[in-house]
Design a protein. Structure first.
Length: 231
């Protein structure tokens, strides 16, 4: 297991955010793990993290506990906290859950689509195409998330919205990791266009199918790419 010096550039905590300090720390650490900046088996040191994040060790400890529930870290008594060797499995399982739920979400969106939903989706897909042409990766992460949010809005299902909101931070971190691959920028957009066409054609069955295929294909490609790099 390799040790390396951490620095504050790994994290982007903004104190003006409305979220609690614990939530900010959890999201920052989760993103570092999901995007692969922290590797399976890597030792996460409370004091070092508190120094680079500019917080006390209390929110770090709370974050470790929450990330432990998610299967991303493992705390060993008298030894410390480490990125779980099964972190990639947890990431994959969350994305499988997301594929199933967002598939139903796309299906409902196709059934319930309003004129406003259709206009919003059209504007969004056109804007994403523009960002792709400019290779605006960071903006694409945000707009990718917004596209999925518009599908969720069109589905108009409070229960589904709640489920997806519960994994939203996890999901955003994974999307950021996915879009680090240049090939994913283009393939991902092609699939979003396919989802858009299916939903706006009001084809529930196809909408569910292409949404699930998109998410499962992405997680397969991203995790396989990570394994290849580690070899």
């Amino acid at each position: 297991m390799s040790e390396r010096k951490m620095n504050s550039e790994l994290f982007s905590i903004k104190t003006e955010q409305v979220k609690s300090l614990r939530e900010i720390v959890v999201e920052s650490l989760r993103e570092a793990i999901v995007t692969g900046r922290f590797k399976p088996g890597e030792h996460l040191k409370e004091r070092e993290l508190s120094e680079v994040m500019g917080v006390s060790t209390t929110p770090i400890k709370e974050a470790f506990r929450m990330l432990g529930y998610e299967g991303l870290v493992e705390t060993i008594p008298r030894k410390g906290t480490y990125v779980s060797e099964l972190a990639e499995t947890s990431i994959q399982e969350v994305q499988m859950l997301r594929a199933a739920v967002e598939g139903v979400c796309a299906k409902l969106a196709a059934i319930k689509l309003t004129e406003k939903n259709e206009v919003d989706l059209k504007n969004q897909i056109e804007y994403m195409e523009y960002l792709l042409s400019k290779n605006e990766v960071d903006r694409l992460v945000e707009e990718n998330t917004k596209f999925h949010s518009l599908i969720k809005e069109a589905a108009d299902s409070p229960m589904i919205s709640q489920i997806l909101d519960n994994i939203s931070s996890f999901d955003k971190a994974f999307r950021k990791r996915a879009l680090e691959e240049e090939s994913e920028l283009h393939e991902g957009f092609t699939e979003h266009k396919r989802i858009y066409n299916a939903v706006t054609s009001k084809d529930p069955k196809l909408s569910e199918k292409v949404m699930k295929q998109h998410i499962l294909r992405t997680v397969h490609d991203v995790l396989n790419a990570a394994k290849t790099k580690d070899q």
